[in-house]
Design a protein around this ligand. Structure first.
Ligand code: FNR
Length: 348
């Protein structure tokens, strides 16, 4: 039977919006400026045209790979997203369990309120996303704590040194669990650091990469790179690679999309590091496009978060397993039985 399986819906946005308070939906759905960047990001993945290969041996289709040396069952990883207690009462703990069940990997935001120990207990490999705070000592304390609990890499986010507009800024949320973040630092540690210490440091530089690498002993991926020259400079400065990302269209509305930036970044990095992509990926065809253009794996953001809000662990697992299952079919149609066969020549 060569018919594709029935298509599983992985779009939980409408259901989630029906359940969440409006300020949380607004935050999850937010995009920068006029908001067009978000939809355009998806449209540019959809615009990729493939040149499928004929007569390949397609009896076994394999979606496994390694990411910075960590084996995963799927190249669909979960993007770091802040304050998930707003989407689900157990937040990142549930996201981590779903990632573990799907054989995926989880990005954990600096702005997390669930204890690292709880996230780690789910068993999924996880990478810690770093916003460098103005107080570097406090940043180091938090990073060291993530390392102690088993984070396997650091994602240094460089595209968000300022905050979202006040209308969608979580700092405006009513007091409560959803508003909590940075609870992996103690109240005493935060109090000692003083006011403003946890604001983002707008003065980060290439030297920050080496600082994080030395202090943690972990590989550092730079998240939010959209240019070949920046990517090459990051890798020269000691990064293990970069994530091509527009922060889901949340950084700058009229920005080049991730799909358009990816080939330039892949060419600039060459074999010197691993390149990842996110922003606007909504189907297995999009995932295949990113991998064919040179991404080692991809991250999904909002689809996983809407699913978490609408249907908890089952929802997120449906998204991850749905995309992975659909990816097998796309790989079959492309004549690419393994991820290393998703190569640039497949793109017209
Ligand atoms: C994010 N993103 C993000 N990135 C990051 O490095 N640190 C963070 O704390 C957050 N927080 C965050 C919250 C919410 C609600 C969203 C939607 C996104 C960006 C995220 O990691 C990723 O780059 C995008 O979400 C990918 O785009 P899509 O898949 O959402 O289109």
């Amino acid at each position: 039977d060569h018919r594709p399986d029935p298509v599983v819906s992985i779009d939980y946005e409408e259901r989630a919006r029906g359940l969440l308070p409006p300020h949380i939906s607004a935050y999850i759905g937010a995009a920068a400026g006029s908001g067009g960047g978000s939809a355009e990001g998806t449209a540019d993945w959809s615009a990729v045209r493939f040149r499928p290969r004929a007569l390949q041996d397609l009896r076994t289709i394999d979606t496994r790979t390694t990411v910075l040396g960590t084996p995963v069952e799927t190249p669909v990883l979960v993007a770091p997203m802040a304050q998930q207690l707003g989407a689900h009462p157990e937040g990142e703990a549930v996201m981590a369990r779903a990632a573990a069940a799907a054989g995926s990997l989880l990005g954990v935001s600096t702005n997390v309120a669930v204890p690292f120990s709880t996230i780690a207990a789910a068993g999924a490999p996880w990478w810690f996303q770093v916003y460098v705070m103005r107080d570097h000592g406090l940043t180091e304390l938090l990073v060291r704590r993530a390392v102690e609990h088993g984070a396997r890499a650091l994602l240094l986010t460089v595209d968000m040194v300022a905050l979202l507009p006040a209308t969608v800024n979580p700092r405006q949320w009513p007091e409560g669990p959803a508003k909590s973040r940075l609870t992996n630092l103690t109240a005493a540690e935060l109090a000692a650091a003083g006011p403003g210490a946890v604001d983002m440091d707008a003065g980060i530089s290439l030297a920050t990469i080496g600082w994080l690498r030395e202090m943690s002993g972990l590989p550092v991926l730079v998240k939010g790179v959209l240019r070949g020259d920046d990517a090459a400079a990051c890798v020269d400065a000691g990064a293990a690679g970069v994530i091509v990302s527009t922060h889901g269209g949340r950084r700058l509305g009229p920005s080049v999309t991730a799909a358009r930036a990816l080939p330039e970044v892949v060419a600039a990095v060459g074999d010197a590091g691993e390149v990842y992509a996110d922003s606007g990926l909504r189907s297995a065809e999009h995932v295949a496009a990113a991998l064919a253009l040179g991404a080692r794996a991809v991250f999904v953001g909002r689809p996983a978060l809407w699913a978490l809000a609408a249907d908890g662990e089952t929802g997120v697992q449906t998204v991850l397993d749905g995309l992975t299952g659909e990816l097998r079919q796309v790989m079959t149609q492309l004549g690419a039985p393994s991820l290393d066969r998703l190569t640039r020549d497949l793109v017209a």
